[in-house]
Design a protein around this ligand. Structure first.
Ligand code: AMP
Length: 421
């Protein structure tokens, strides 16, 4: 596999890069004028670094591995070349991603940019009946967006055949593998294998061996574009940690809600925890909604829409349910429970400080979780501001994990099964 390293851009809003080079514009990127017009209407004029790198390569038909997280603008980075190839070359595209919310969000982007240009989209996700999805398929969509399980269900029922898809996007590939979707992804890749002229775009926040293996086996000399290291945290996110006793966590959350008047995204470790926090907040008079795997798709959508519209000030989420949440202007993230892995921390706080805005991430921890803080600081290479009882603050040696634990720092957590959180 031939891999060409793209110029390493460490942050989407990295000022040194903007200062060194004239500001790039979508208008200079050989983008179809109809799409450009649409982007202008939507007020997108300056491409983000992942878009600068990916769009020209995508338009040229290259296979591509994009190491980028949500919040970097990666959806438009693949949506623009796909829409252009549909308009100009009548291609069909399949986009596979890990969660229902992400599928709906990507579907919305295609609707916004592509609908008026004649692009027809079908979103195939679990938790919804087959009937409406079959109707969407019958309308001959040029773009099919879906979660691996449901796509395979449709293939098995012969509702859809994938061989005509000439562009395949595997979005958040690392997370799909974490969630146990490897067999479905392999099956999808096999379904598409007949088409040798397929273009494959793979996006992943990290590059574990499994992803490299997929690239070697199923992609044609992919070009690698890296815009952010796995642990990169936007510069404009202020990170704080409060050490408290377990029974003081709710009080601290309430204080934060009183102090901060905007919307707050709260992370809980389990779905039961999320339910409990949400209930407590509602009882204390804060408009709140919850989003986790015990909620139906409709309930999640209603919670997310309500959070976006300001109906709910607080949204309490678990890690998997929150994946890909794209709500503009969340200024405060509260880790009510510390995440299981340092990488989850980066994903969580990536919901704030987007598109150049300021953000604040407050983590609530108990003293026995000091090693987690150390792991996070190792990954993000930033120091967090520590608040709380002086006695409870970690010293360098306390925070440092035991050498046996150190080896597993960057190993990803194994999920115990799909949809448990
Ligand atoms: P994504 O990483 O695709 O989830 O995008 C993150 C956010 O960035 C979304 O709210 C997009 O609407 C926004 N965005 C994407 N591209 C641009 C751009 N070129 N200029 C400004 N905002 C953008």
């Amino acid at each position: 596999m031939e891999i060409e390293m793209g110029a390493k851009i460490t942050n989407p809003q990295n000022p040194p890069i903007r200062q060194r080079t004239p500001e790039p514009r979508f208008a200079d990127m050989k983008i179809n004028p109809q799409i450009l017009k649409k982007l202008e209407v939507l007020k997108f004029t300056v491409p983000t670094p992942i878009q600068q790198k990916t769009i020209p390569l995508g338009l040229e038909g290259n296979d591509l591995i994009g190491i980028a997280q949500t919040g970097t603008g990666k959806t438009l980075a693949f949506a623009i070349p796909i829409i252009q190839k549909i308009i100009e070359e009548k291609k069909l595209a399949l986009i596979v991603l890990p969660t229902r919310e992400l599928a709906l969000q990507v579907g919305e982007v295609f609707q916004k940019v592509g609908k008026s240009l004649g692009i027809n989209t079908a979103v195939l996700i679990g938790g919804m009946g087959f009937g409406a999805q079959i109707s969407m398929i019958r309308r001959h969509p040029q773009v099919v967006i879906g979660t691996p399980g449901r796509i395979i269900d449709h293939v098995a029922k012969r509702n859809i055949r994938l061989h005509a898809c000439k562009i395949l996007v595997l979005d958040e590939a690392d997370r799909m593998l974490d969630m146990g979707f490897a067999p479905q992804i392999k099956q999808i890749l096999k379904e598409l294998e007949v088409s040798k002229d397929r273009q494959t775009l793979l996006f992943s926040a990290t590059m574990p061996d499994d992803i490299a293996n997929i690239a070697t086996k199923y992609m044609k000399t992919p070009v690698r574009v890296e815009v952010a290291r796995a642990g990169t945290v936007a510069d404009q996110i202020e990170q704080e940690i409060f050490f408290v006793q377990k029974d003081q966590k709710l009080k601290l959350l309430e204080n934060l809600l009183q102090e901060h008047k905007g919307s707050v995204l709260v992370f809980a470790r389990t779905k039961y925890g999320a339910q409990k926090i949400c209930k407590e907040l509602v009882m204390r008079g804060y408009t709140s909604a919850e989003i986790h795997s015990n909620r139906s798709l409709m309930q999640r959508k209603q919670a997310l829409d309500g959070f976006k519209s300001g109906k709910y000030r607080a949204l309490v989420a678990t890690d998997i349910a929150s994946r890909g949440i794209d709500v503009v202007g969340i200024q405060l993230i509260v880790n009510f429970d510390m995440p299981e892995s340092a990488e989850d921390y980066v994903h969580r706080i990536g919901r704030t400080g987007r598109a150049g805005q300021k953000g604040r991430a407050v983590s609530i921890a108990t003293v026995d979780q000091k090693h987690k803080i150390y792991q996070i600081e190792m990954l993000t290479k930033t120091k967090m501001k520590v608040f709380g009882d002086k006695k409870n603050q970690p010293t360098a040696s306390q925070g440092r994990p035991h050498p046996s634990e150190q080896r597993h720092f960057f190993r990803k957590r194994q999920f115990r099964g799909r949809g448990r959180r």
